[in-house]
Design a protein around this ligand. Structure first.
Ligand code: ATP
Ligand code: MG
Length: 564
């Protein structure tokens, strides 16, 4: 089951699948898989791969497996497995009962390794990792054959078995394929198939003292699962000949590997390894920090699964790596939330306003539209009283030209309420305006003047007596540079971190309809952006994350003519 998404844009991979269906290459089958290594949390780049794999299979009545490529016990953990499953489900995809692990195949892979030894296609090598590297040669120079390359089949089989049961220390031997030390493709120069590693595996415990290399496990895992189209990113193009070689030597089902471009996004790092560093060094608040490009992070920030799927489906699939503008991702979340997020009023940086001609104890109940994009969302009541809060930004004592919001002697419209005019200001000892006094015009209730006079601006507000206090977290990009990997003279990528990526505002004032919200509820705060309730919230003291700002707040509200 896969959710409805925009109709598929075609791409070269989809064309290959269509062609294979036409020629009946796999007897009508389309079997894909998403194969993460559980060594970190998924990021938005993985979402592209998930949408592609699940999307293609769903379109052609096929199936997609979730498979953990867990061949590296030192870096892999159950926590990552759990988070990956949670995030794939959250994105809206279902692998049904098809969850697999490369570690399920350790037994089979070992038998295949023995088969290759018997066929004189693999041997146990006693060179150290460093020596293997030296023997490998370079792009311009061929490698040298290992002195152990021609040891007898029986000796290799015996050593391999003793490696398996843990007789030798880590790194003392490897099992290597016997291919071609002069190959122009370094991956074909007698690559390592197994290494000795006395490490506990998150699923197989201490059963194994050797672990297959990713390259010896990946292609055969796809083969075992009957994968037809083995879709992966471009960096695996050079590994394809090796995967093909293993599969041909073993004479097993041959999936077709197809490589596509990795997603890169401006101001964003998509590498589990680097994201792990940010987490471990405490440079972010964890894998689900709303500034992180992880699915857990952007989810906590308020992105919807629909917006991420729409973003991914809008991307091209190609043979050259490029970089997508962060703005495109933001566009998709705005577009989605615009349709569904209830509008509310919230004042993030409050300035007190006293309406001098409004009766002290009176409360007016005004009707506000919940979502102009969705009539079924209805209306709500917003209380209005003598003391209000408006945004500090919406008042200037000395207004520049073109500033149409509130200033002494000027009149503005309070959204859903009345026209008010500023009559005086109160300052503290430093000369800062801490309160302003206004009068209101009772005849403008609802937002229009019977005498036809116009105001140029509509601002939002919250009644002080009814306001709910909240913490609001405002995010900027995590990095200040478009490509965070580019650093001046070899410095760490962390030099590009944005010191202003998180701003915490406390004592923000929300309208009372926001008094009891649940984590992950999403709203548009009028004129400010889209916001999502953070799980850090407590009853009576909500915490909000700003998902994304409105594009051009002011111009948009004016254009919509929603000022009344
Ligand atoms: P990272 O470098 O972040 O660790 P990875 O490629 O090592 O990523 P895997 O867990 O091996 O991560 O990836 C699972 C699948 O997701 C692979 O098929 C991989 O090609 C794909 N994938 C990973 N990153 C991206 C990306 N930025 N864009 C598209 N697909 C990606
Ligand atoms: Mg990887």
């Amino acid at each position: 089951m896969t959710p409805e998404a925009a109709p598929p844009r075609t791409n070269f991979i989809r064309e290959i699948v269509l062609d294979d269906l036409k020629t009946d290459k796999y007897h009508g089958r389309v079997q894909t898989r998403f194969p993460p290594e559980p060594n970190g949390y998924l990021h938005i780049g993985h979402a592209k791969s998930i949408c592609l794999n699940f999307g293609l299979a769903a379109e052609f009545g096929g199936k997609t497996n979730l498979r953990f490529d867990d061949t590296n016990p030192e870096k892999e953990e159950q926590e990552y497995v759990d988070s990956i499953m949670d995030n794939v489900r959250w994105l809206g995809f279902d692998w049904e009962d098809r969850i697999f692990y490369a570690s399920d195949y350790f037994g089979q892979l070992y038998q295949w390794a023995q088969q290759l030894v018997r066929a004189e296609k693999a041997f146990v090598c006693d060179l150290s990792a460093e020596e293997v590297r030296q023997y490998r040669g370079t792009l311009t120079e061929p490698g040298r054959e290992s002195p152990y390359r021609n040891r007898s089949i029986n000796e290799s089989l015996d050593l391999l078995d003793r490696m398996r049961i843990g007789e030798f220390p880590d790194g003392s031997r490897t099992l290597r394929a016997k291919i071609d030390m002069a190959s122009p493709n370094l991956n074909m120069r007698d690559p390592v198939m197994y290494r000795i590693l006395h490490a506990e595996h998150h699923r197989t415990g201490n059963e194994w003292s050797i672990y297959p290399m990713y390259d010896f496990a990946h292609g055969q895992s796809d083969s075992i699962e009957g994968v037809t189209h083995s879709i992966c990113t471009l960096e695996f193009e050079d590994h394809r000949p090796l995967y093909d070689w293993y599969i041909e030597q073993l004479g097993i089902h041959h999936p077709q590997q197809i490589e596509f471009d990795r997603l890169n996004i401006t101001y964003t790092l998509l590498s589990k390894r680097k994201l792990l560093q940010l987490v471990e060094k405490g440079l972010v608040r964890g894998w689900d920090d709303p500034r992180m490009p992880t699915l857990s992070g952007i989810r906590r920030r308020g992105y919807t699964p629909e917006s991420i799927r729409n973003f991914c489906n809008s991307l091209g699939v190609s043979k050259t790596n490029g970089t997508i503008e962060l703005r495109l991702l933001e566009h998709h979340v705005r577009e989605d939330l615009n349709k569904r997020a209830p509008r509310m009023m919230a004042v993030l940086r409050p300035l007190r306003v006293v309406i001098d001609n409004y009766p002290e104890t009176q409360v007016d109940e005004l009707e506000a539209v919940n979502n102009p994009e969705d009539a079924s969302a209805g209306t709500r009541i917003v209380p209005f009283s003598r003391v209000l809060y408006i945004e500090q930004d919406d008042f200037r004592e000395d207004p520049p030209k073109q500033y149409y919001r509130l200033s002494p002697g000027k009149e503005v419209r309070l959204r859903y309420a009345y026209f008010i005019k500023c009559t005086s200001v109160v300052k503290d000892e430093k000369g800062e305006v801490i309160e302003i006094h206004c009068t209101y015009d009772p005849a403008t209730r609802g937002g229009n003047a019977p005498d036809g006079r116009k105001v140029k601006s509509t601002i939002h507000w919250v009644s002080a007596a009814h306001a709910v206090d909240a913490e609001v977290r405002i995010y900027d990009t995590l990095f200040t540079t478009e490509n965070p990997n580019e650093t001046p003279d070899g410095q760490e990528f962390t030099v590009n971190l944005n010191p202003g990526s998180l701003e915490i505002l406390t004592h923000c004032k929300l309208e009372p309809a926001l008094a009891s919200v649940a984590p992950m509820e999403r709203f548009q705060f009028e004129r400010l952006g889209y916001f999502c309730v953070d799980p850090d919230s407590n009853p009576g003291s909500p915490v909000f994350n700003r998902t994304v700002a409105l594009k051009d707040t002011w111009a948009k509200i004016e254009k919509r003519g929603t000022g009344n």
